[in-house]
Each structure stands twice: as structure tokens, then as C-alpha cells.
Design a protein around this ligand. Structure first.
Ligand code: ZN
Ligand code: FE
Length: 247
């Protein structure tokens, strides 16, 4: 499955496990990347089919469903560089390029900005492709929901949301899981009169019925429809999280 995305960055979906997505990235200038290979075999299979060898492997956080394929990919493609959060490098099999907030990476001729988004895990990191206008958010931000707060504080998670809200509205959102349809009910419960949300849910149902990914979304769409992108304080996030936990 391939999404045209912005023409500068071609993004292909690789479904792994039950509802994770790994991604394969290609630029016009020939840089090849993989994002979040939770499982190596389906990623290698897709890369082989496409005749591609990755230059970079981006990891958003250390959880097994995002990082367990790293060692096998690296042994299959020894020249690929593994890019991962500095503070999680001990928890990931191989890290060649440990990264921190606001670091700029070169992906071929394109620029990738590292956005530290602690909360789901302390090292959770998003990768923003400036020319491709795409952000890979792992388990920090999903379409119509967000990741669980496993390690950070509500204040950290809220400030991570603020960083993502600051990206241009047209930024394409590629997250780590296909959770959109399952998240629609809670959003609608919290925000029952939101016509943008209702329209998005119809679109999501249609995509799911056709067996297609509900992604990419955009930052602008999430700001209009995702209740976690519509908060104004860490206190509001704390309350919404409680409400979701008891939903
Ligand atoms: Zn996770
Ligand atoms: Fe996950």
C-alpha cells in the first residue's frame, strides 16, 4: 500500500503485528528510510519487492512493537544507520545516531527535525520531515487519540502536544498504530457537536470498510477533530485522560 503524500517524500505503509504500521520512505534524490520496524520480516519483504536498501532506520521509542525488528534489519542492511532517542539507547538493540530535541538530521538532501515528545515514554520522539511536510509520531499522537501516559507526567505530555500543534496545519501525520476507528467513539462522546469530527468519522469508516489505512491524517485535521489536540492546559489533559481511562 502506498500513499503519494507530498511528492517530495514517498511513504509506503507496512502493516506489522495486529495494528502497527512501519513505514518505508523514499525521497526523489534516492534516500531510503524505515520508520519503527517493530518486526523485521515484513519490512525486509517489502523493501526487497521495491528493490530498496535503507540508508536510515528511525525509531520513535523503545517499545517492542516499534523497535524489535531493528537488530535483524541492521544485520540484513549493515550500512543502514539506526536513529533513535538518546535517552533510550540502552533499551534498543542497536543505535548508531542517538538524537535529542531540535537536532536536525540530513535525509539525503532533505532535513528532518527531531522533536522530543516525552509522555508515552520518557524518550518518545517524533521525526518531522521539513520538505516532505510529514511527521512520524509513534505512540505520542494518533489520529483521534494519543498514546497512553506510561512514563512521563501530564505536564510533559501536554507540552509534547503543544510542540506537535505548532507544526504547519498541512503536515501529514503518520502514527504508529491504526487506532482511528476505535478512537472515534470517545472523541464523539467528549465533543458531540463537532461537525468536522463527524465528517472525519464518516471518512474513517469508509476507509476501514475498504480495508485502507485511515492515515495519513494532518496536523490541521487533528487540531479540528482530536479531543487531545483541543486542550488548553495540562490540567485539562489530566481530566480528559481520567475520563478516557474510565470510558
Ligand atoms: Zn509504545
Ligand atoms: Fe505501540
Amino acid at each position: 500500500m502506498t500513499s503519494a503524500a507530498a511528492s517530495l517524500l514517498k511513504v509506503s505503509f507496512v502493516p506489522v503485528y495486529r495494528d502497527n504500521y512501519a513505514y518505508i520512505l523514499q525521497t526523489k534524490c534516492g534516500a531510503i528510510g524505515v520508520v519503527d520496524p517493530g518486526e523485521a520480516e515484513p519490512v525486509i519483504h517489502t523493501l526487497d519487492d521495491m528493490g530498496l536498501v535503507p540508508d536510515y532506520i528511525f525509531v520513535t521509542h523503545y517499545h517492542w512493537d516499534h523497535a524489535d525488528g531493528v537488530a535483524e534489519l541492521k544485520s540484513y542492511y549493515p550500512s543502514a544507520k539506526v536513529i533513535a532517542p538518546d535517552i533510550e539507547k540502552q533499551k534498543i538493540d542497536i543505535v548508531d545516531v542517538p538524537v535529542r530535541h531540535n537536532q536536525i538530521l540530513a535525509f539525503g538532501k532533505q532535513r528532518v527535525r527531531v522533536i522530543a515528545t516525552p509522555g508515552h515514554t520518557l524518550g518518545s520522539t517524533c521525526y518531522y520531515f521539513e520538505e516532505g511536510k510529514a511527521v512520524f509520531t509513534g505512540d505520542t499522537l494518533f489520529s483521534l487519540s494519543c498514546g497512553g501516559l506510561f512514563e512521563g507526567t501530564p505536564e510533559q505530555m501536554y507540552s509534547s502536544f503543544e510542540k506537535l500543534k505548532a507544526l504547519p496545519d498541512e503536515t501529514l501525520l503518520y502514527c504508529g498504530h491504526e487506532y482511528t476507528r476505535a478512537s472515534a467513539g470517545f472523541c464523539l462522546r467528549v465533543d458531540p457537536n463537532n461537525s468536522d469530527l463527524k465528517a472525519r468519522i464518516e471518512q474513517v469508516k469508509d476507509l476501514c470498510n475498504k480495508g485502507l489505512p485511515t492515515l495519513p491524517s494532518t496536523i490541521g485535521m487533528e487540531k479540528k477533530t482530536n479531543v487531545f489536540m483541543r486542550l488548553n492546559s495540562a490540567k485539562e489533559y489530566r481530566e480528559l485522560r481520567q475520563r478516557k481511562l474510565s470510558y
